[in-house]
Design a protein around this ligand. Structure first.
Ligand code: F0G
Length: 391
């Protein structure tokens, strides 16, 4: 375990999960590289030979991962693009967070931690709460006041987490949580700055490779908030290459909502430093983040892979969400529709016939408030006669 920014090495993660220099940590396997024959079983733990967890620790799992990779039929002409959607909304708590949480909470168990803590735009808190319940641990989650999707809050509450609202946005929630966690040894941070979370999330890349019949897609497109997940997928593909399992890596494309796009700004302006945004605003509340912690990892992923970062507007996101639901039968939350919305902007970038995987990070049922439903004006009948009149 070492710091991604200054290189300092660590034997165990510090209380805050961040390096003394403020950088995010990274885990690197230096020997005993796995081969494809080492992958056994189903889901995230199929890749345990590639995960930094001792086999002596019993995993805290709910069979996460092994999510469908769905070839789209109607969104784009099949002759033009091989478009796939990786439906991470089918994980146990309805988002990709479970991939990382199963590994981070297993690590927490291994080092004897008993209280998980996180700041969250919703999905991380839902996942942390559920895995804490599963592990017999406590969870304390910090969420931005009034700005989190109802379904996600319901999940955190039903799983028994202590939910604390922070008067401010996600960035303010993270700051307060980190200050508290930095002071207390009994709290284990499960935000995506936890390097074990990233290890679990990288298995999404392994699955895509196997699901495509041991092929690497040309492009992988993800929504970017705190910038952990795109870094995790890049780590997964880079490791497959390092271990000699694949020969080339895909181009990584990150998509931010226009109203919350500090990282896309760095890329588009060709800068090397991130300027945090105050009061980010977007309908995609999961990625309403102005100060992405893992921005440097993500920028490296995008640059090293030959990819890019771009922005989409809220109306493009909502249209993409509706298109995916009404043309393919896949209902995702707004953040997860951002990669689909980005396709239109990438027409001149993505070569004809390329294979493209969009990561659908979260289930649409979590954030029902964004879909306008005028139930009063739906037809109401009391008899077959009225039905026939209506039809
Ligand atoms: N999509 C969804 C549905 C998310 O919940 C998140 C992040 C992202 C994309 C972005 O991933 O942060 O790794 O770049 N949600 C976090 C949370 C911030 O608290 O649930 P990222």
């Amino acid at each position: 375990m070492h710091c991604f920014e200054c290189g300092k090495e660590y034997g165990e993660e510090p209380a805050s999960s961040l390096c003394d220099c403020g950088g995010v940590l990274e885990l690197v396997l230096n020997e005993n590289f796995p081969t494809i024959d080492d992958f056994r079983g189903v889901g995230v733990w199929r890749y345990s030979s590639a995960l930094p967890i001792s086999r002596r620790i019993q995993s805290v799992t709910m069979d996460e991962g092994n999510t469908p990779l769905i070839r789209t039929k109607n969104l784009v002409p099949e002759r033009e693009l091989q478009l796939f959607v990786k439906n991470e909304g089918q994980n146990p708590t309805g988002s990709f967070k479970d991939r990382g949480m199963t590994v981070a909470v297993t690590r927490a168990r291994g080092i004897g931690a008993n209280t998980l803590v996180c700041a969250s735009t919703g999905n991380t808190s839902a996942s942390a709460a559920a895995y804490a319940a599963r592990a017999g641990m406590r969870a304390m989650v910090f969420v931005p006041s009034g700005k989190i999707a109802g379904g996600k809050l319901v999940q955190a509450i039903i799983h028994g987490a202590k939910v604390i609202r922070v008067n401010g946005d996600f960035d303010a929630s993270l700051e307060i949580m980190m200050e508290e966690a930095g002071k207390r040894k009994d709290l284990y941070v499960v935000n995506s700055l936890n390097p074990f979370r990233i290890e679990g999330q990288k298995t999404g890349a392994f699955e895509i490779f196997e699901q495509l019949g041991k092929k690497v897609p040309d492009y992988v497109i993800l929504p970017v908030g705190n910038a952990g997940n795109i870094s995790a997928y890049w780590k997964g593909f880079s490791e497959l290459k390092k271990w000699g399992i694949i020969e080339r890596t895909p181009r990584m494309i990150g998509v931010q909502a226009a109203g919350a796009s500090p990282l896309a700004e760095v890329f588009l302006k060709g800068k090397d430093d991130l300027v945090k945004w105050k009061n980010p605003e977007t309908v995609a509340s999961a990625i309403r983040i102005g100060n992405p912690v893992s921005w440097r990892k993500a920028l490296t992923a995008v640059r090293d892979s030959g990819g890019r970062l771009l922005t989409v507007t809220d109306s493009e996101i909502l249209k993409a969400q509706r298109d995916l639901a009404s043309k393919e039968g896949i209902f995702v939350e707004p953040a997860s529709a951002a990669p689909i919305a980005a396709l239109r902007h990438l027409r001149d970038v993505i070569e004809k016939n390329s294979s493209v995987v969009c990561i659908a990070t979260g289930n649409g049922l979590k954030d029902q408030g964004v879909v306008p439903v005028d139930s009063e004006n739906l037809p109401l009948i009391s008899s077959l006669k009225e039905l026939e009149q209506y039809l």
